[in-house]
Design a protein around this ligand. Structure first.
Ligand code: ZN
Ligand code: ZN
Length: 363
């Protein structure tokens, strides 16, 4: 039934059933407590009933649909593929206030300068990233490449963070498929951690950290969801979220921008498969936070930085959120209630044909 349970590594641990241990997160350089031995039952494959209330192709008052007026007064063009525009409510902007109040004592501030953009994946209001066809995913990857080059090439931009928040549980009520870009005058903390961890590891061992992670994942094999010639998708050994998945090219590229066309195709195909497996898991649109982890663009040496996409899904079950509480918010380390090996097994068992379109041929 459950492949992970057939494997001794995931079963017996201090006489307990399940995994009960601390695992080192080498990219964050912190411990994750895996306490998957408590009242734990693997997901039985059932799904709760979800109303698929018919979402139309086009919605008149959606600020992302083609031809519609946005809050800032601009009108969207009749776009046919991806569409990029500057966020009408930016959290960082080049015109952010530059004359700031001087704070007391050691407190310190500076202008919130940067560029915030929105990328619509498709003109169709009701088509999630998981439902995009191979060609549309390829087109989106091309747009992400262009944006990284364009924004990252600017003197004032030190880092380009591309991310998608999907689902109402992560605060997104508009289903129109889109992601956001924060191009900032600083490097986001997680990327800074990954850069520093990689440098430290290289200094101590002479090896590339992310390559060693891939090597160990392949050596073990239980958490790999799928792979092809040049890309791989896996639940990392040190996953903090139940269905956390990394999708990465096998070769080290500091960003998406330097992937060859073959690598881009392979990467897109695994990305698409991963998204479909997520949706198929509970036959529902699967919520997540999906950041692209790419090297900073501040002129530093990032040859060792290994571009990857991370999925941080907030749900442990269809109706059960992973609450961030004492350990996570209070202490800063994650407590994971599930064994990454089991979660990878569940995802691997999913079909790669989307449940809503299983009978149709992929466009
Ligand atoms: Zn729309
Ligand atoms: Zn990362």
């Amino acid at each position: 039934m459950n492949g992970a349970n057939d494997n001794s590594g995931a079963t017996e641990n201090n006489g307990q059933h399940g995994v009960w241990e601390e695992r080192w997160h080498p990219l964050r350089e912190e411990w994750v407590i895996v306490a998957a031995h408590r009242q734990h039952r693997p997901w039985n494959g059932g799904t709760i009933a979800h109303q698929h209330h018919q979402v139309p192709d086009y919605v008149e008052d959606c600020y992302l649909c083609p031809g519609n007026l946005r809050i800032g007064g601009a009108r969207n063009p009749q776009y046919l593929e991806t569409f990029v525009f500057d966020n009408d409510h930016p959290s960082v902007a080049l015109h952010a206030p530059s004359k700031l109040p001087i704070p007391a004592g050691l407190f310190c501030n500076r202008p919130a300068q940067g560029i915030a953009r929105v990328v619509c994946y498709s003109p169709r209001h009701n088509l999630s990233l998981a439902e995009l066809g191979t060609a549309q995913i390829a087109n989106l990857l091309g747009t992400w490449q262009e944006q990284y080059r364009d924004l990252g090439g600017r003197q004032e931009i030190k880092h380009v963070l591309v991310f998608e928040n999907k689902g109402e549980v992560v605060g997104v009520s508009n289903p129109h498929p889109h992601c956001q870009i924060y191009a900032t005058n600083f490097v986001f903390k997680t990327i800074e951690n990954e850069v520093n961890a990689g440098r430290r590891y290289r200094g101590e061992t002479g090896r590339v950290l992310f390559q060693e992670i891939l090597k160990a994942e392949r050596e073990d094999g239980r958490r790999i969801i799928s792979e092809n010639d040049s890309a791989i998708a896996f639940v990392p050994y040190f996953a903090r979220y139940a269905y956390e998945v990394f999708v990465a090219p096998k070769a080290t590229h500091p960003s998406l921008a330097t992937l060859s066309s073959k690598e881009l195709t392979d990467f897109g195909s695994l990305l698409r498969e991963t998204l479909i497996r997520f949706d198929n898991l509970w036959s529902m649109p699967f919520p997540y936070v999906m950041p692209l982890h790419q090297a900073p663009t501040d002129g530093g040496d990032y040859d060792d930085f290994h571009f990857h996409i991370e999925f941080h899904p907030p749900l442990r079950k269809p109706d059960l959120l992973k609450y961030l509480a004492g350990p996570e918010i209070g202490g800063g380390n994650f407590l994971s209630d599930t064994a990454p090996e089991e979660k990878a097994e569940e995802l691997r068992a999913q079909s790669t044909a989307h449940y809503l379109h299983a009978n149709k041929v992929a466009p």
